[in-house]
Design a binder for this molecule. Structure first.
Ligand SMILES: *Cc1c(COP(=O)(O)O)cnc(C)c1O
Length: 237
């Protein structure tokens, strides 16, 4: 299942992912420059992140606050941009607001209120967030159901310190990656509707979708942020 040949170097793998991003963008008449590669470093050691930084990557994704706490302060806040991509437990909100630049996994109105309050407490003026939408209705995954999206959007807009920058999804896994396409397409439609209604202000409205298995399909469907772990860092232990 993995597409990583044995023995390739980190540099080769990053270059490989970049090439695939560029080709997928070209196939869909898009500019590769409008796509941000978030390197998902969860479970991988600090050294791997530092090597990836040295290789020119700038954005990193972690899914657990507890793990991120042991890595982000050491790697540094200034030289990298940190994305929280996993479900945020209620007791970790404050730490998340202290550590992360962007939160992709906003999945409830109550979490929005909590994060807004934490920003106020630590004097953070603004926190960019993406709402995670659950399009697959999988009980194992978190996210806002489509029907509840308008309400959560309104809530975020009412939070003084939260800045709604886009939508994120984690679709079901299919062996045949192309079956995921309708989910990506749906997220784009939702983003387009929100953009038309002004939910993102004058911003474009990010689409955070696509992982190792399916990031090229996500790009063809409009992804502006892809979250890639395995294809960069190798299999997680
Ligand atoms: C782990 C993870 C990824 C990266 O997955 P890979 O298949 O290793 O590329 C992307 N998004 C989320 C939310 C994740 O938890």
């Amino acid at each position: 299942m993995t597409q990583i040949p044995e023995g390739t170097s980190l540099l080769d793998r990053i270059e490989g992912v970049r090439t695939r991003i560029r080709e997928a963008a070209q196939r869909s008449s898009r500019s590769p420059d409008e796509i941000t590669l978030v390197a998902v470093s969860k479970t991988h050691p600090i050294k791997a992140i530092q090597d990836a930084l040295a290789a020119g990557l700038t954005d990193f994704g972690e899914n657990r606050v507890q793990e991120a706490e042991t890595k982000i302060p050491i790697v540094g806040r200034e030289i990298a941009k940190w994305h929280l991509i996993g479900h945020l437990q209620s007791n970790k909100g404050r730490r998340a607001v202290e550590l992360f630049d962007v939160i992709h996994s906003l999945d409830s109105a109550s979490l929005a209120h909590r994060l807004d309050r934490m920003c106020e407490e630590i004097n953070r003026a603004s926190l960019p967030v993406l709402i995670q939408v659950d399009l697959g209705h999988e009980t194992t995954k978190t996210g806002v159901a489509e029907g509840e999206l308008p309400e959560v959007v309104t809530t975020v807009q009412g939070c003084e310190r939260l800045q709604l920058i886009g939508l994120m999804t984690l679709p079901p896994f299919f062996d045949e990656a192309d079956r995921v396409r309708p989910y990506f397409r749906r997220l784009r439609e939702l983003r387009d509707e929100l953009r038309t209604s002004g939910a993102f202000g004058d911003r474009r409205g990010e689409l955070s979708m696509g992982m190792t298995h399916d990031f090229e399909i996500a790009i063809e469907e409009g992804a502006t942020i892809v979250r890639v772990g395995t294809a960069i860092f190798g299999e997680r232990g």
